[in-house]
Design a protein around this ligand. Structure first.
Ligand code: SAM
Length: 246
């Protein structure tokens, strides 16, 4: 009788916000032990996560790019972003299953942390019930961004709000008005709206902007100096809590 094939294990590895030295010892060990390394990448672009770890890979490791069919471009009906992207994750999950089913471990690398807005989560949702999984947390961009600003994020009993720049104007304003300290992610085309809300709440003076935190081409500028037309995807805004003199 044929023995049942032992399945491979799926790893979601956080590789940190950009500086290759900010990967954890555990993620690096598992990365280098994985026969298959998969990563998400936008069409025609270089993957940020892959760029962080490529010098750690060995020649014999198989790399599997999972190329998004769409990113943030506007689609005309009947094209629908949600269904295109769901099909893409189904296909990506099937692609990785082919390795897992023959006993090969697969490491999916994720910039920052896998479960903090990371696309790995969609593979985890699809494959987590069928394979043994292990998620290794990473230093997320929010913390990378705060560290390079040299400003504490939350003092003492303050609470932190993590907000998506995609939120509509009024909702963003309501949540920011209530927060002791905030981080706004996913700026890009939302920058203009976010800046208006900060101005309306008189928060622009306290808000700090960071682009490509911890990467070689990192840029930290006062929010009033940011060109809204040139705000890239890898950027965030930090509004630290009011200083508490300990
Ligand atoms: C899809 S989320 C991924 C978040 C990631 N999983 C993490 O743990 O930080 C992408 C958003 O993270 C932020 N981001 C990621 N890396 C960044 C970096 N090095 N510097 C500034 N923002 C970054 C940006 O706001 C970007 O729009």
């Amino acid at each position: 009788m044929e023995r049942e094939q032992q399945k491979g294990q799926l790893f979601g590895l956080g590789v940190g916000p950009g500086d290759p030295e900010l990967i954890t010892v555990k993620a690096l060990r598992l990365l280098q032990a994985a026969p298959v390394v998969a990563y998400f990448v936008a069409k025609g672009k270089k993957s940020n996560a892959f760029g962080i770890i490529e010098n750690y890979l060995k020649a014999e490791q198989i790399t599997v790019p999972l190329v998004y069919p769409v990113t943030t471009e506007k689609l005309e009906p009947p094209l629908c972003y949600e269904s295109i992207i769901a099909d893409f994750y189904d296909t990506a999950a099937a692609q990785l299953s082919a390795y897992l089913n023959v006993g090969r471990d697969v490491a999916v690398i994720c910039e920052g942390d896998p479960f903090f807005y990371g696309s790995y989560m969609y593979l985890h949702d699809r494959l987590g019930a069928r394979y043994v999984t292990d998620v290794v947390p990473g230093v997320c961009s929010m913390l990378g961004g705060t560290a390079v600003l040299g400003a504490p994020l939350v003092y003492r009993n303050q609470s932190l709000s993590v907000l998506s720049g995609v939120l509509p104007h009024d909702e963003l304003k309501r949540r920011l008005a209530d927060a002791d300290a905030s981080v706004i992610m996913k700026l890009g085309r939302n920058f203009h709206k976010v800046k208006n809300v900060l101005d309306e709440l008189n928060l622009s003076g306290r808000a700090l902007y960071v682009e490509r935190a911890t990467m070689q081409n990192q840029r930290v500028v006062p929010i009033n100096d940011v060109d809204p037309m040139a705000s890239p995807y890898f950027s965030l805004i930090v509004i630290p809590g009011e200083k508490w003199q300990g």
